[in-house]
Design a protein around this ligand. Structure first.
Ligand SMILES: *[C@@H]1O[C@H](CO)[C@@H](O)[C@H](O)[C@H]1NC(C)=O
Ligand SMILES: *[C@@H]1O[C@H](CO)[C@@H](O)[C@H](O)[C@H]1NC(C)=O
Ligand SMILES: *[C@@H]1O[C@H](CO)[C@@H](O)[C@H](O)[C@H]1NC(C)=O
Ligand SMILES: *[C@@H]1O[C@H](CO)[C@@H](O)[C@H](O)[C@H]1NC(C)=O
Ligand SMILES: *[C@@H]1O[C@H](CO)[C@@H](O)[C@H](O)[C@H]1NC(C)=O
Ligand SMILES: *[C@@H]1O[C@H](CO)[C@@H](O)[C@H](O)[C@H]1NC(C)=O
Ligand SMILES: *[C@@H]1O[C@H](CO)[C@@H](O)[C@H](O)[C@H]1NC(C)=O
Ligand SMILES: *[C@@H]1O[C@H](CO)[C@@H](O)[C@H](O)[C@H]1NC(C)=O
Length: 865
């Protein structure tokens, strides 16, 4: 209300100042009030009679001449009036009264006039000239034309100015008049210090007629933005505002406050563009990622709530990336990098969305969207006030790592293999490094490392192909390959790779202890590899040192498992080791195929003992669906035979490998896996093994050689525990090995390796390794690690890493089995139910898509003891 009133008053004032004319008075009489000071007053009369111009308070005349007198000729002359300031016209204003001649008798006589005349004389010098005698020097301007007679009227006369001084003269020729006042003035367009257009209008003498353009200036702190500033001053002393050409605006940081420039209030800013001061925009609202993939992301947001006045809002995009620890120099100052592209652009965006392209995979990017308007830059420059922004962070999608670039050097004797990887695309876990000798593929070596270089045992003069691929949390990337031929030098010493810094003093000590551990299966396989197909010897002289055949026979007598040796027809050798072999045979009474285990003639006493122990244990067991069934035995004479159920797919390890199309020469299976295995198959294998082991554990039997190679596969993908050759019944809770035995180091827990202690808990450890074998579909555990190095590694806490394609959940079951403390490990019943639960779930625990079996490399290198 109050504001409106103020505005109204202001508008009124403005109107008045703009429309009011101003006159500069050159002469005003009487002056002061009621005193006419033309000094001396100069009435000039031809007759000199008293009826000419007479000064009382005013000048008056009433020379009503009679007929006999000549016509009156009365002059009243002014003082010399100086015209200054270049006025082009002056305005003579008189107040007077003339009486009606008709109101006099005889109508005032022959000469009576209802008017008088106005004359002027101009000169460059101040001079006095009597009109009576110098009438020719005077110019008649006009005669009065009163609007009414007998009353006081005002009349104006314009006199064009030609010289500097002017004399006025009133010529009365018979009127009866009173001259009340006289004013001589001229028009000026007035000084106007402030009008809304920020123009300062100086007082300007008005033109004689029409109007004239006047060059004007901007008020203080304003400047002429465009055009030549000019404005018309009209002859009547009025500025014609509508003729203003050009414009003025306030300097930066100020605004037009009713015609003058004032500093912006605090918190507001102004650019020098003639607008009002304004605030900077608030932050953009609701910044969102609407799309993200490995290399691009798209952002969208809403305009800020506060935008500022008389402006549009535009946006700058700032991009930072989170430097992850191992990014060294790739990530300087967290800048996004100059490769990143912004569509449509990075700065001064006038749309509410942007696409960032050419980003790195699996990197956390933080984007800030700054809202700006016309004053943002100024605010920053003046007060350091930064634009408000909305922020969002997003991780670009990851993928498998890129291909490493491989370098091979042989600076001296050693060959150094190194590599670089540009696109990690995720969290890098490790590198798989393989060297393949071109002329002998069996000399393939593989190692896993987190380092960026490796060394191999290589042979001089040979050509090797090195393959390196990286594994990150999304899986394994393509392999970088480099072929290299070693120099043909006699003594090329290649140091074996050091994996995880595992070789230490401790490992060396352990090595001496474990070096005797020879794993019989490995040997068996090595034999096959050499192409030695063992001969089938049905009877041969076997040396059983210190073994009482009597006691053996004793057992046999009581044996309900005794079979008739003659009813067994051997068909073929399924497998053969150093000291024993397995045949496929037919047992006539059952009319079925069976597996027959026997010892070779070079077998030692210990082998026979193991065999008999296995037999004894199996006799105590009732048949279990997941343990190989004992059919019978013939131990009354040489060679002793154990007859077992026959499983046509052979051992699980070979089965798994074959399922991937890899020929496993050790596999005894006659049938081949029908199709590739599913995740469910693998989980089901793990479950069946746990179930079989669960049974053995309740029977207090410690297997001591649980490994995929010792599981047999039957029809319908049934797994059964077999090879109880190393198994022992438990007397107390712990079986302590008293003699040196051939033990599978990579499947053994630390307590067995170091102290020879075996419990069900050590079977649990082995079960963890079997799970690893199963879910890697037959890879060899601890690739490239020698058996004698295992104990040292385990002591340092090393455990096999999670294969990329299996879930953390599944992996944690394995690592539970690998707890250092035996009592911290789970039990077989628990394992059964845990795996059962996974089986019943719909989740993916094993991602066989990620697992590319064709890239599989057989890591199965026999230990060089
Ligand atoms: C003067 O007076 C006469 C008679 O009274 C009248 O007729 C005439 O109109 C008057 N003249 C003026 C100009 O008033
Ligand atoms: C304007 O004044 C000039 C002289 O200054 C004169 O010649 C001209 O006739 C005047 N025009 C009008 C319309 O009065
Ligand atoms: C105003 O100024 C511009 C250039 O400064 C000029 O071209 C234009 O004729 C002017 N207009 C008037 C009415 O004086
Ligand atoms: C002011 O100037 C404009 C444009 O020259 C003109 O049309 C208008 O009549 C002028 N106003 C006055 C009061 O003379
Ligand atoms: C600029 O500010 C003045 C008062 O300071 C106000 O009257 C005027 O409407 C404002 N102009 C705009 C475009 O907001
Ligand atoms: C990227 O990852 C997110 C979340 O992980 C997912 O929703 C999105 O579909 C992925 N984008 C593409 C293109 O794969
Ligand atoms: C990511 O999305 C962008 C934009 O849609 C596309 O140009 C680019 O090829 C995509 N990149 C990948 C790796 O999918
Ligand atoms: C994307 O980045 C690569 C390097 O990382 C660069 O060579 C390429 O020119 C970039 N692409 C564009 C379109 O800028």
């Amino acid at each position: 209300m109050m504001d409106n009133l103020l505005v109204a008053v202001w508008i009124l004032l403005l109107f008045v100042t703009l429309t009011s004319t101003k006159q500069v008075i050159l002469e005003k009489q009487p002056f002061p009030e009621k005193t006419w000071v033309w000094s001396p007053s100069r009435p000039t009369t031809a007759s000199g009679g008293p009826r000419g111009w007479t000064k009382q308070t005013y000048y008056s005349t009433c020379d009503l001449s009679l007929d006999e007198f000549p016509q009156p000729n009365n002059w009243l002359r002014s003082d010399s009036i100086e015209i200054h300031s270049g006025a082009k016209t002056v305005l003579v204003t008189i107040e007077y009264r003339t009486f009606n001649c008709s109101s006099y008798s005889d109508k005032g006589g022959n000469y009576c006039k209802n008017y008088f005349d106005l004359y002027e004389h101009q000169s460059w010098q101040q001079s006095i000239l009597d009109p009576l005698t110098n009438k020719a020097s005077y110019i008649k301007i006009a005669k009065t034309a009163p609007s009414a007679l007998g009353i006081k009227v005002t009349q104006k006369f314009r006199v064009e100015v030609k010289k500097k001084y002017i004399l006025l003269a009133f010529h009365d020729q018979g009127s009866c008049s009173v001259l009340f006042s006289l004013t001589v003035s001229y028009f000026v367009c007035p000084e106007l210090p402030r009008i809304s257009s920020l123009v300062f209008l100086p007082q300007t003498t008005a033109p004689a007629n029409n109007s004239k353009p006047v060059e004007v200036n901007c008020v203080t702190n304003a400047f002429n933005k465009q055009g030549i500033l000019s404005l018309d001053c009209q002859s009547d002393g009025v500025w014609n505002i509508s003729t203003l050409n050009g414009s003025c605006i306030c300097r930066e940081g100020m605004e037009n406050a009713v015609g003058k420039c004032e500093d912006c209030p605090k918190g507001k800013y102004n650019d020098g563009n003639g607008f009002n001061c304004t605030v900077i925009p608030s932050a953009p609202e609701n910044v969102q990622v609407i799309f993200v993939n490995r290399s691009a992301l798209e952002l969208q947001w809403q305009p800020p709530v506060v935008t500022g006045d008389q402006t549009h809002v535009f946006y700058d995009v700032d991009c930072r990336k989170l430097c992850e620890d191992d990014d060294e120099n790739m990530c300087v100052n967290n800048a996004c990098g100059s490769d990143v592209i912004f569509i449509p652009k990075k700065d001064d965006l006038n749309v509410n969305h942007v696409i960032l392209g050419n980003l790195s995979s699996f990197v956390v990017y933080t984007m800030q969207i700054f809202a700006k308007n016309r004053v943002s830059e100024l605010a920053r420059r003046k007060d350091g006030t930064e634009a408000n922004f909305g922020e969002i962070s997003v991780r670009t999608n990851g993928s498998v790592p890129g291909k490493p670039e491989v370098f091979v050097k042989q600076p001296k004797t050693a060959v150094v293999l190194s590599w670089k990887i540009k696109d990690k695309n995720g969290i890098l876990k490790e590198y798989y490094v393989t060297s393949v000798r071109k002329d002998d593929l069996s000399k393939t070596q593989t190692l896993v490392t987190k380092k960026m270089e490796a060394q191999f045992d290589l042979k001089a003069g040979k050509t090797y192909e090195f393959q390196v691929f990286a594994i990150n949390n999304f899986g394994r990337g393509p392999a970088g390959v480099k072929t290299f031929t070693l120099r043909d030098e006699p003594n090329v010493t290649m140091y074996p790779s050091i994996i995880y810094g595992m070789v230490g003093l401790l490992a060396l000590c352990i090595a001496s202890f474990t070096s005797y551990i020879i794993y019989s299966r490995w040997n068996r396989r090595t034999n096959v590899n050499r192409g030695k197909i063992p001969k089938t010897k049905k009877s041969s002289a076997m040396v059983y040192e210190n073994v009482s055949m009597g006691s053996v026979a004793e057992r046999q007598k009581l044996d309900e498992f005794r079979l008739d040796r003659d009813q067994i027809t051997t068909m073929k050798v399924l497998g053969s080791g150093n000291f024993g072999q397995v045949f496929k045979a037919v047992y006539k009474p059952l009319k079925s195929e069976v597996a027959v285990k026997s010892l070779k003639d070079n077998a030692k006493k210990k082998d026979l003992q193991d065999m008999l122990t296995e037999l004894d244990l199996m006799k105590t067991m009732r048949p279990h669906p997941h343990v190989v069934k004992l059919i019978g035995c013939c131990i009354e004479k040489d060679p002793p035979l154990i007859v077992l159920e026959y499983l046509p797919y052979g051992d699980l390890l070979g089965y798994l490998r074959k399922s991937r199309g890899i020929e496993d020469p050790y596999n005894t299976g006659e049938k081949r896996p029908s199709s590739t295995l599913t995740e469910k198959d693998l989980l089901s294998f793990a479950w069946m093994i746990a179930d079989g082991m669960s049974y053995l554990s309740t029977m207090k039997i410690v297997h001591r050689d649980l490994a995929a190679r010792n599981i047999l596969v039957g029809d319908n993908k049934v797994c059964k525990i077999s090879d109880l050759g190393l198994a022992r019944g438990l007397e107390g809770d712990i079986y302590t090995r008293k003699s040196q035995a051939r033990l599978p180091a990579k499947w053994m827990p630390p307590e067995s390796l170091l102290y020879g202690k075996s419990t069900t808990m050590s079977d649990i450890w082995s079960y963890g390794i079997v799970m690893w074998e199963v879910f890697t579909i037959g890879e060899s555990p601890y690739p490239r690690v020698k058996s004698r190095e295992i104990a040292g590694l385990l002591q340092k806490g090393y455990r096999m890493p999670k294969p990329p394609h299996i879930s953390q959940e599944l992996y944690s079951i394995m690592t539970n089995c690998w707890e250092e403390q035996p009592k911290s490990r789970p039990t077989f019943p628990w394992l059964c139910s845990a795996i059962k639960r996974l089986l019943d779930d719909f989740k993916t625990y094993v991602n066989l898509e990620v697992y590319e079996s064709h890239d599989y490399i057989n890591f199965d290198v026999a230990d060089k003891e």
